[in-house]
Design a protein around this ligand. Structure first.
Ligand code: AMP
Ligand code: MG
Length: 334
């Protein structure tokens, strides 16, 4: 039997377990996603849901893979970055499994995992990556032994910004897909704050302005929700495209990878595809099953690190809620 890794994702809303072998063949993936009834992600509530469900998720992943826990050879878990109380759950469970089964454990940076699963599933070598999700907005590429950050948000993440606006407009979480649908029905652009500072992005002014449009006396007369959704997307995705294109022109990568939950958006896909074509770069979107947070990407990145430099000691598995991807060297790519 091939060597198997069990990967645990637990940085935010999603508790997920993936099982795969050291060649990257995937046997199972089970997700449990916290959906807030109102407001954003309350870490205490997310933690409660994950604590209530983790054993069920692990058991479902094992049974989908048709193996027992004793067949697992490596435990990988998301060690950074994320919500502290939630990261701790994945770390605790992983430490317990590693010691109980007497098998190695590896901590993984969640953002790096989003890139590595894209390299595996899209069969590409060295992409410029636009990672857009509920909690992150990062333009990154490999250089000098690290995934360097070329641009990032200075305040809200793109997914969080769209979800917050959608909530203000009375739409249920997650708002991203609903805003995409409404936006497709309009081409009436209302000017909104477009804020790119150097290579970084700021979405808070855009969010406030879009929210203000909902409260204005002209709402429902001069423009409707479709028009705001359209203008919000065009502005935010225009900003993302500008920074991605500038990074592409600067570092001359031949591949562009779009990943994270917001990668599902067809309008964003077409804009990033367009700039990739302009620069003769191959464009790939991570298959949506693996684009959002998932345990398979953690497992795969754990395998890469384990094979390159061995496991972590238990005392090295302390969570790092604020760790950036560019703080970490990547021994498997040198
Ligand atoms: P993640 O944090 O990677 O799990 O992704 C979740 C985020 O992706 C949420 O903010 C969703 O609103 C967003 N999302 C999912 N589908 C779409 C879509 N079609 N358009 C825009 N955002 C989306
Ligand atoms: Mg993510």
């Amino acid at each position: 039997m091939k060597k198997l890794c069990l990967g645990i994702e637990s940085t935010a809303h999603t508790f997920s377990v993936g099982i795969l072998d050291f060649d990257g063949n995937i046997y199972s993936l089970i997700n449990d996603i916290f959906i807030p009834e109102e407001g954003g992600l309350h870490p205490g509530l997310v933690r409660e849901q994950h604590l209530n469900n983790f054993m069920k998720i692990i058991n479902s992943a094992l049974s989908e893979a048709q193996i027992s826990v004793n067949n697992i050879n490596l435990i990988a878990f998301s060690q950074s970055p994320g919500l502290g109380p939630v990261l701790k759950i994945g770390a605790w469970i992983s430490r317990m499994l590693s010691q109980m089964l007497d098998i190695p454990i590896v901590g993984v940076n969640h953002c790096i995992a989003h890139i590595e699963i894209g390299r595996l599933k899209c069969n590409i070598e060295d992409p410029l990556t636009l990672y857009v999700s509920g909690g992150n907005t990062i333009v990154s590429a490999f250089e000098s032994n690290r995934y360097q950050i070329f641009g990032e948000t200075l305040d809200l993440a793109i997914g969080n910004m769209i979800d917050s606006f959608a909530r203000d407009a009375g739409l249920q979480h997650p708002g991203g897909p609903k805003i995409e649908k409404l936006a497709s029905k309009s081409d009436n652009y209302i000017p909104l704050p477009y804020v790119v500072k150097g290579m970084d992005l700021s979405f808070s002014g855009l969010y406030t302005a879009a929210k203000y449009l909902l409260q204005s006396g002209e709402y429902g007369k001069k423009y409707n929700l479709n028009d705001i959704a359209y203008s919000l997307q065009e502005t935010a995705f225009g900003m993302l495209s500008e920074v991605t294109e500038r990074a592409l022109a600067h570092i001359e990568k031949r591949e562009v990878l779009l990943t994270g939950g917001v990668a599902a958006n067809k309008r964003l896909q077409s804009m990033i595809k367009y700039i990739s074509k302009e620069h003769d770069a191959r464009f790939e979107v991570v298959p949506l099953k693996y684009a959002g947070d998932n345990g398979v990407m953690i497992g795969w990145t754990g395998i890469l690190r384990y094979q390159a430099e061995g496991s972590h000691t238990i005392s090295d598995t302390i969570i790092k809620p604020k760790e950036r991807m560019d703080q970490i060297t990547i021994p498997w790519r040198s």
